[in-house]
Design a protein around this ligand. Sequence first.
Ligand code: DC
Length: 222
Amino acid sequence: MKKLIIAIDGPAGAGKSTVGRQLARELGYTYIDTGAMYRALAWKALQSGIPLDDEARLTRLAETSRITLTGRPDALRVFIDGEDVTEAIRTLRVGEAASRISAIPGVRRAMVAEQRRIGRRGGVVMEGRDIGTRVFPDADVKFYLDADLEVRARRRWEEERARGRRVSLEEARREIQARDARDRERRDSPLRRAEDAIHIDSSTRTVQEVVNQMLAFIHQKN
Ligand code: DC
């Protein structure tokens, strides 16, 4: 069977990571979480004290940092310049910083080039905001995964609580809304559904239901 490139895009909290991991596992494909790459870079910028609006320094940082994703889909580890940041990047602060630096064209250029290099041979499930529109406009199958704001906010809130952090549902909702607005309104590769992407709403579906629906579309292609 041909090794496909499968793109999943959508807003924060739509379930892209959970679904993407499971899908990759069932297909025996590599899972690439591109948001983790932007988060790793944002983490490094915060660590290094680089202001999040310093486009020149952030572009240089993106061009010179080595970000690697290793391990199986359900045990993916994220490294930047050899440092394991898997857990450190999963905070609201890093998510917000990632959203800010991802609006910088030089940062995106470096990340997109690396994502194309990783995915070009196929056999990948790649998720993010611009996979079907920019990174792989010719992807074999494109999905746009969405869910109601309330559902997404609650998922984010539950994730934070599971990590032992105390945030209110209201804070989680505000964070998701702010990130959505920024990711949709930036000039370079804003979040939007590619015209040929299959729209799936995960609000009232289980992970397995969404994965099965995706597999049905994929099998039509292969
Ligand atoms: O999916 P995530 O929450 O881990 O992504 C963090 C931020 O990174 C997101 O708010 C916007 C940015 N991002 C992007 O601009 N393009 C991608 N392909 C993936 C993420």
